[in-house]
Design a protein. Structure first.
Length: 261
């Protein structure tokens, strides 16, 4: 399967500007994006804002409709971060994926809001994983801080995940952790792991990208560097299957210590 990662400088709480910027970047890399899984960062249309009422989708669904239209335009799946609100009034930090027909394929709610930034006070944690099939691969979406909790990734693997994707707003001060954890999650789960980050700055943080595609051996096969760009790769599910057969470490998981998520 083809995958394309779009890394860019998010305009603060400006959906129209971000839709336009991403649209231009994808158009400029149309050969990478057509018939692919296109992945955009966490809260890509607003930035990592705690102002739920101002940035949530609401009835207009401006960003979700734009994502659906983009999926149809490129005959691709499109995964990206949006904000909605639950019955309690708190926000839901979500990864949504739309298929080439423009229909919703998966909606995952971030299970680990980032307490240190105040996210837990504004957003409710999700309660379950959401896996889906895409071009012959079983895909598990995650959001940013989830990356620090390996039990979530292990459970996704036990549910059949071959490709695990973390969309993020991950600041430059902890970028070495980002790179190390993405590679670790790939190695320990014998899966492709993709991390899509942003560049630029918001009112609190500075970001330097480093969106990565990591193979099941932990090797980085694509690195977006520090600027705006679209990068891509071809992923082969048979590589996951072969490595898990050749080195069946997952068969040695101790059930009594297995994560219960």
């Amino acid at each position: 399967m083809k995958i394309a990662l779009c890394q860019f400088d998010i305009a603060w709480e400006n959906k129209a500007a971000n839709h336009a910027r991403v649209g231009a970047l994808l158009h400029g890399a149309s050969s990478l994006c057509r018939d692919a899984l296109i992945v955009l960062p966490e809260m890509f249309s607003t930035g990592f804002s705690m102002d739920v009422e101002n940035i949530r989708e609401g009835e207009a669904l401006a960003t979700e409709n734009w994502l659906a239209e983009t999926a149809v335009r490129f005959n691709s799946h499109v995964m990206a971060g949006v904000v909605n609100r639950d019955a309690s009034g708190k926000g839901t930090n979500e990864s949504v994926t739309f298929g080439p027909d423009g229909k919703l394929v998966a909606r995952y709610q971030k299970m680990q809001p980032f307490t240190l930034s105040g996210e837990m006070a504004c957003y409710s944690p999700g309660k379950e994983l959401k896996l889906f099939d895409c071009d012959g691969m079983r895909v598990a979406p995650f959001v940013c801080y989830d990356l620090r909790f390996p039990e979530l990734f292990r459970h996704a693997t036990q549910l059949g995940a071959q490709l695990i994707i973390d969309i993020a707003n991950w600041p430059v001060t902890r970028i070495d952790h980002w790179i190390t954890l993405l590679r670790a999650r790939a190695i320990e789960n014998q899966a492709y792991v993709v991390g899509v980050n942003r560049v630029g700055r918001d009112p609190k943080y500075v970001y330097n990208g480093r969106s990565l595609i990591v193979n099941p051996h932990g090797d980085v096969i694509a690195d977006a560097g520090n600027g705006e760009c679209v990068i891509g790769a071809e992923l082969d599910p048979q590589i996951v299957i072969n490595w898990r057969n050749d080195f069946p470490a997952l068969n040695d998981i101790r059930a009594e210590y297995s994560a219960r998520v």
